[in-house]
Design a binder for this molecule. Structure first.
Ligand code: ZN
Ligand code: ZN
Length: 308
């Protein structure tokens, strides 16, 4: 059973409160961790959820407004204190290396591990990370400063072995990996068996899109069409639509519209303004457009799972 989940570590915009931390999420794809944004207090939230910090090798920063990255230098320092030696990758559309280097310089710190920076193109969608299981594509957003979302897509999974057929045709173990990638099988006495007789369809591949601070932007839909799980900022309710426009943010309804035109299966809204003590205002407005919406409640884990 593979895992594909998003843990909400923070959901506040602007100033954090006792109940709402700044934006951060931990994405778990098949027990590989990816940290999404790193607002103030993120390392404490990771500890609260018993996440081993050293298992985080990739940190994606959407933009350099403080509510999305001010926890990063603290996390970097703690990783150092814990004796980290492995590479840390940081992805960002702005020059975050300069920011980190100033911190390291003034504290005369020499990290025990290398940080590798990847500057993300915030104007054009591109693959920013890829391994054999997953690829991460940037989502250009429109905000006051360069800002990028990230689209995580699992690659096609291998075919599943049909154990009964393997037994019936007496397929030796060493052939199994070839069969999983679609090869046919010929037995030692020359009997040809088509791959389709030995395998079943692969498990579905899932996707997650993180759309950080942005004005309403329909172009997002073309990048993330058919996404399983979409996070979209929803800083404001409709009554503050003007404010959303001015500050290049979205309303809950606009987030829901993006979910609708993206053919998303589920929407999570977050990055809430502190002016809403009752988040149901935002939830109901979003649901009036896209019913399968949930709030990015801090501490909630959203799991995309295989149909039974
Ligand atoms: Zn923000
Ligand atoms: Zn911002």
């Amino acid at each position: 059973m593979t895992k594909f989940s998003v843990l909400i570590l923070g959901n506040a915009s602007a100033a954090p409160t006792l109940k709402r931390n700044h934006t951060s999420q931990l994405i778990n794809i098949n027990e590989q961790y990816y940290l999404m944004d790193c607002g103030e207090g993120t390392q404490l939230k990771l500890r609260e959820h018993k996440i081993k910090l050293q298992r985080i090798n990739h940190i994606f920063i959407s933009h350099l407004h403080g509510d999305h990255y001010l926890g990063l230098i603290g996390l970097i320092q703690t990783m150092h204190l814990l004796g980290r030696t492995t590479d840390l990758m940081i992805y960002c559309p702005s020059d975050i290396e300069e920011v980190i280097n100033v911190h390291l310089k003034v504290s005369e710190s020499q990290l025990k591990y290398p940080i590798i920076y990847k500057r993300v193109n915030h104007k054009k969608s591109e693959i920013v990370f890829e391994n054999d299981k997953v690829e991460v594509i940037s989502i250009p957003l429109k905000h006051k400063i360069p800002c990028s979302g990230y689209f995580f897509k699992e690659k096609q999974k291998p075919l599943r072995i049909n154990p009964k057929a393997i037994k019936r045709y007496e397929v030796p173990k060493y052939q199994i990996n070839k069969i999983k990638i679609g090869e046919d099988y010929t037995s030692s006495d020359g009997v040809f068996i088509k791959n389709s007789k030995l395998t079943m369809d692969p498990l579905p591949s899932f996707s997650y899109a993180f759309c950080s601070d942005t004005k309403y932007l329909e172009e997002i839909a073309t990048v993330i069409n058919g996404v399983d799980l979409l996070y979209h900022e929803a800083t404001f309710a409709e009554e503050h639509a003007d404010r959303a426009k001015k500050t290049l943010h979205s309303t809950a309804k606009q987030a829901a519209k993006i979910a609708l035109i993206s053919n998303a299966k589920k929407l999570i809204i977050g990055h809430f303004s502190n002016r809403y003590p009752d988040l149901n205002v935002l939830l109901n407005e979003a649901k009036s457009v896209f019913i399968n919406t949930e709030l990015a409640v801090q501490g909630n884990e959203f799991e995309v799972s295989n149909p039974q």
